[in-house]
Write a protein that binds this ligand. Structure first.
Ligand code: URA
Length: 206
């Protein structure tokens, strides 16, 4: 079960330490959030310390969630533009959000064996979501995790912002730069550039 997973020793002991420092934090694996029958699945990297790791909901309270949730609202995938807490009334519409790695990694950097170890949860999610038609990978780690979960060769699908990949099962994988604070502050990812990605997603789902 995801909720009690302690398979990655480094991540599990880090969470024990974080729970000691912040007894009010979720500080456990963070499950996916949103519509179980969604056609759009968004894959992020991993919970942030004071965001998803605190609130227990992907991108909720994380800086990266500001642009993401505002954009979801603009494009009709949610009923609210902000995501601040698990009980804030936010509902996703035809959309679900998950992470490549479900536990908070030290320094926001999961190790390769942790990404591999956690991949079974994403594989299960993909297998159990026949309705998903579009997968949005936020960043290279998410892109690679989706390919791994789908059992596909990494070299056959190159990551690129705005890239569209038709997967063998007919799902469409769309890539974006991650909406992290670093990427938005350096303007590697602009609001307009992120909206373009969602315009393309809407066109796929139309
Ligand atoms: N919060 C998440 O849940 N995932 C990310 O990738 C970044 C912040």
């Amino acid at each position: 079960m995801l909720e009690n997973c302690t398979d990655c020793p480094r991540l599990a002991s880090f969470l024990v330490e974080v729970r000691g420092r912040h007894p009010d934090y979720h500080a456990r694996p963070v499950a996916s959030f949103g519509d179980p029958k969604a056609r759009l699945l968004i894959v992020g990297l991993a919970p942030g310390m004071h965001g998803a790791n605190r609130t227990g909901r992907p991108f909720t309270g994380d800086h990266a969630g500001i642009l993401l949730y505002d954009t979801l609202h603009r494009f009709g995938f949610s009923n609210q533009a902000e995501s601040v807490a698990r009980d804030d009334g936010l509902e996703l519409i035809d959309c679900r959000i998950t992470n490549a790695v479900k536990c908070l990694p030290p320094g926001n950097k999961p190790e390769p064996d942790e990404i591999r170890g956690c991949n079974r949860f994403l594989a299960d999610e993909l297998r159990d979501s026949p309705g998903v038609g579009v997968i949005l990978a936020l960043g290279l780690v998410a892109h690679k995790a989706v390919l791994m979960a789908a059992g596909l060769k990494q070299t056959a699908f190159a990551f690129g912002h705005g890239a569209r990949h038709l997967l063998p099962d007919e799902k469409i994988l769309i890539d974006s730069y991650h909406c992290s604070r670093y990427n938005t502050q350096t303007r590697r990812l602009t609001e307009a550039g992120f909206h373009d990605v969602f315009r393309a997603i809407r066109a796929e789902l139309a």
